[in-house]
Design a binder for this molecule. Structure first.
Ligand SMILES: NC(=O)c1ccc[n+]([C@@H]2O[C@H](COP(=O)([O-])OP(=O)(O)OC[C@H]3O[C@@H](n4cnc5c(N)ncnc54)[C@H](OP(=O)(O)O)[C@@H]3O)[C@@H](O)[C@H]2O)c1
Ligand SMILES: *[C@@H]1O[C@H](CO)[C@@H](O)[C@H](O)[C@H]1NC(C)=O
Ligand SMILES: *[C@@H]1O[C@H](CO)[C@@H](O)[C@H](O)[C@H]1NC(C)=O
Ligand SMILES: *[C@@H]1O[C@H](CO)[C@@H](O)[C@H](O)[C@H]1NC(C)=O
Length: 318
């Protein structure tokens, strides 16, 4: 009996420590205040984007919630204001699946806001399909939309330097690969719709984020605009909302124990946006608030340059 109790006690203890140390992860320890600074967070109506926005508003930043749905965006606006106690929060409509919408968001923003100090490219989808412009959905939203957005806002970031761009990628990028033939013929990173194929395309799109950060850092050398990509952790958010119901049922018990909540999930984004002294690490990839090494394919200069040029052509920047 007492042995059984001991075993149960040890198991519960180990589980508790595991959850509180490993799952929870490191916290952003920066005390930075952001009064007079302006921040954009894409996809900030839910998930880690919303908790990131609340934290930044609490620090005094003027926070632009860039979200695709007006209804969800305005609901989040009220919540972010309430939770942060700040009224320096603004909703501006942005659909990253539409190049037209990205352009009109940038135009609106540049006209109405004099500063941009931190751009957080957080929005992401896990869904096959096509964007308004006929691009593969995950390629279009997770990569091309943010590519165009970042490029259109780059001059303003330079005017406000030192400034930062933060790209929320994923450790899934480790399983990614960029098939330039498929991109050239289908404007997508893959076409399948089975569970494994969708996961693959998501991974490819996240590899694009890491490669982009690498190339952008090269292009920004000599300026005080720095950029970072990151893995936020496995988080209990709405990201898997379009996965199959069987998948969601299997995932549920796992997420409760092994996944971070959205406040924990926002910490590495905040670290990259705020931590003093990380500027020499521009272009690098972070997880658990720590810089990490990546595979050669995620810092491949030639692939990064090729992807940049293809992206310029696809969104009419070249
Ligand atoms: N959850 C994880 O375990 C995990 C792991 C690694 C990386 N990440 C990355 O973390 C980021 C945030 O994800 P999350 O977990 O917080 O997911 P989430 O709860 O699903 O939030 C994603 C956000 O992106 C927005 N979005 C989707 N498509 C958009 C579009 N076309 N235009 C503008 N906004 C759009 C969504 O808006 P709507 O609500 O209108 O759809 C939502 O606000 C993503 O880049 C994701 O890939 C997540
Ligand atoms: C994350 O960092 C914390 C604190 O630095 C550490 O205790 C924890 O083990 C790390 N977790 C992972 C998964 O590396
Ligand atoms: C973020 O990713 C987007 C799309 O992948 C890219 O256009 C942008 O340059 C990247 N920025 C940084 C800082 O990585
Ligand atoms: C994805 O899931 C959302 C919420 O459950 C739903 O409203 C939307 O129609 C789904 N989209 C697709 C393409 O299945």
């Amino acid at each position: 009996m007492s042995t059984l109790l001991l075993v149960v006690g040890v198991v519960v203890g180990v589980a508790y420590i595991y959850h509180h140390v490993v799952v929870k992860g490191a916290r952003c320890t920066s005390k930075a205040k952001l009064h007079g600074k302006t921040v954009i967070v894409t996809g900030s109506n839910t998930g880690i984007g919303k908790t990131t926005a609340i934290d930044l508003a609490k620090r005094g930043a003027r926070v632009i919630l860039a979200c695709r749905s007006t209804q969800r965006g305005e609901a989040a606006l009220e919540e972010v204001k309430r939770e942060s106690g700040s009224n320096q929060v603004v909703f501006m409509q942005l659909d990253l699946g539409s190049l037209k919408s990205v352009r009109s968001f940038a135009e609106n923003f540049l006209k109405s806001e004099p500063r941009l100090d931190i751009l957080i490219n957080n929005a992401g989808v896990y869904l096959q399909g096509r964007t308004e412009d006929g691009l593969g959905m995950m390629f279009g939203v997770n990569h091309i939309g943010h590519f165009l957005l970042t490029n259109l806002l780059l001059d303003r970031l330079k005017e406000c330097e030192p400034s930062r761009v933060v790209n929320v990628s994923s450790m899934a990028h480790n399983f990614g690969k960029i098939d330039f033939d498929c991109l050239n013929t289908h404007k997508a990173l893959g076409l399948g719709t089975s569970f494994m194929e969708v996961l693959q395309v998501y991974s490819h799109s996240k590899l694009c984020n890491v490669l982009f950060t690498h190339e952008l850092a090269n292009r920004l050398q000599g300026t005080k605009v720095t950029c970072y990509s990151l893995h936020p952790g496995a988080i209990n958010s709405e990201l898997a909302r379009n996965a199959s119901s069987v998948m969601l049922m299997l995932l549920k018990p796992v997420t409760v124990f092994f996944f971070k909540n959205t406040v924990q999930g926002a910490q590495t984004t905040l670290h990259c946006a705020l931590q003093e002294g990380i500027e020499p690490l521009s272009g690098r990839y972070f997880s658990n608030c720590t810089v990490r090494e990546v595979y050669a394919k995620a810092k491949d200069d030639a692939a990064a340059k090729k992807l940049w040029e293809l992206s310029e052509r696809l969104c009419g920047l070249a």
